[in-house]
Design a protein around this ligand. Structure first.
Ligand code: ZN
Ligand code: ZN
Ligand code: ZN
Ligand code: ZN
Ligand code: ZN
Ligand code: ZN
Ligand code: ZN
Length: 288
């Protein structure tokens, strides 16, 4: 089939395109059709083979390539980054930008190709990263390994180290007092604040002045306190969790139902005013 006929089905065309692209990466290869029940084994084998080869840079002096993102087609082979699992390739500048955006959005970076879900590994991308981005990536990996509901961040704002809630609860320190493995500061696991010395949790809670003018809301994902300001209807926490300003629920496209309700009420109000106006203009001439 290779290159000899144009396939009718779009999916098959895409598949063959993928195969051709991946084959270009190897000095020799033979495509083989496998039964559906064998794919898992074959995929695993292929993955191991490819991953073991990814640290080898692209062949020196190889022809110029086109970046799959900015479509610059005069990028030197060495300035190109190729994703091992899918062979999509991008220029180094686009990769750097993509990684930074992903990490800032709070996710572990994946292949930038639209719809592609190939994983990128920290080891393979290490040469593209600043020390700060590397640290962020390590944090994201750790974060993804702990289930969302089990994440606990150190209440010390300068530390914010990530810990597992379950592990904290299970450790037998002093009552509700625990200490951070990173900054060594003590904190309370129920109040999620730095240790309230000689106060009990109840005493501490009643001693805290409820803020009146500024509204604070606690992020449901990482317990970080966020000061709400301005007229925004959604806020994004430092951990990447985005939530509704009004009710604290996770943000979804189009906002919460109570926002839509508010918009609906406004629309109904405008329609009513319009109807009254029309009604008046009909009645008015007869009054005259
Ligand atoms: Zn590019
Ligand atoms: Zn890809
Ligand atoms: Zn800490
Ligand atoms: Zn407490
Ligand atoms: Zn958060
Ligand atoms: Zn985090
Ligand atoms: Zn809401």
């Amino acid at each position: 089939v290779m290159g000899r006929s144009v396939p009718k089905h779009e999916k098959i065309a895409m598949l063959i395109d993928d195969v051709q692209r991946i084959r270009q990466q190897f000095t020799s290869s033979i495509p083989i059709l496998v039964a559906r029940n064998q794919t898992e084994f074959v995929y695993k084998l292929a993955k191991e083979t490819i991953v073991s080869n990814t640290s080898i840079p692209m062949r020196r002096g190889s022809q110029k390539k086109t970046c799959g993102n900015c479509f610059h087609d005069d990028v030197e082979g060495e300035k190109m980054f190729s994703v091992a699992l899918c062979s999509h390739h991008f220029c180094v500048d686009c990769m750097k930008q993509h990684i930074e955006v992903s990490l800032n959005e709070g996710v572990v970076p994946r292949c930038p190709h639209y719809g592609c879900t190939s994983n990128l590994t920290l080891k393979i991308c290490a040469h593209l990263l600043t020390p700060k981005l590397k640290e962020m990536w390590e944090h994201r990996i750790k974060e993804e390994s702990i289930p969302v509901c089990d994440r606990f961040h150190c209440p010390n704002p300068r530390c914010w180290a990530l810990m597992s809630k379950t592990e904290l609860v299970e450790s037998t320190e002093d009552g509700v007092r625990r200490h951070c493995f990173k900054c060594r500061k003590h904190f309370c696991i129920t109040c999620k604040v730095l240790w309230h010395s000689n106060l009990s949790c109840k005493e501490y809670k009643s001693s805290v002045q409820k803020p009146t003018t500024t509204v604070w809301r606690q992020c449901r994902s990482c317990q970080h306190m966020i000061k709400l300001s301005g007229k925004c209807i959604n806020v994004t926490c430092r951990c990447g969790y985005r939530f509704c300003y009004a009710c604290g629920a996770q943000w979804k496209l189009g906002g919460c139902s109570h926002h839509r309700q508010a918009v609906m009420e406004l629309v109904v109000g405008l329609v009513l005013i319009f109807l009254v106006f029309i009604g008046l203009s009909i009645i008015m001439p007869t009054v005259k």
